[in-house]
Design a binder for this molecule. Structure first.
Ligand SMILES: O=C(O)C[C@H]1C=CC(=O)O1
Length: 88
């Protein structure tokens, strides 16, 4: 996810959006659907791993992100690799 918040956005609105995004993200981490989130070094971007039931669940999560209007999201579906020890 790449984040592009307009520089002219009211600072209070921006702070509220970022705070709500953090809480939303942490709730989904607690539920297990947002399995990992990493900051992409040097960028206002993250690399996240979601563990969801289906595409609709992923869409719901992304669509309801408070920062959704300011995100560009690239999605790569993942499958288990046969060489992964966890596959045994
Ligand atoms: O800062 C970001 O990368 C954007 C966003 C995604 C989750 C979250 O808490 O913030």
């Amino acid at each position: 996810m790449n984040v592009t918040i307009p520089p002219g956005l009211d600072p209070g609105v921006r702070a509220d959006l970022v705070a709500r995004e953090k809480e939303y993200c942490r709730d989904l981490q607690r539920s297990g659907e947002w399995a990992h989130i990493w900051r992409c070094a040097g960028q206002y971007a993250n690399l996240s791993v979601f563990d969801v039931a289906d595409n609709e669940a992923l869409h719901r999560i992304l669509w309801n992100l408070p920062l959704f209007p300011y995100l560009s999201v690239e999605i790569t579906p993942l499958a288990q690799h046969p060489s992964d020890l966890a596959a045994d």
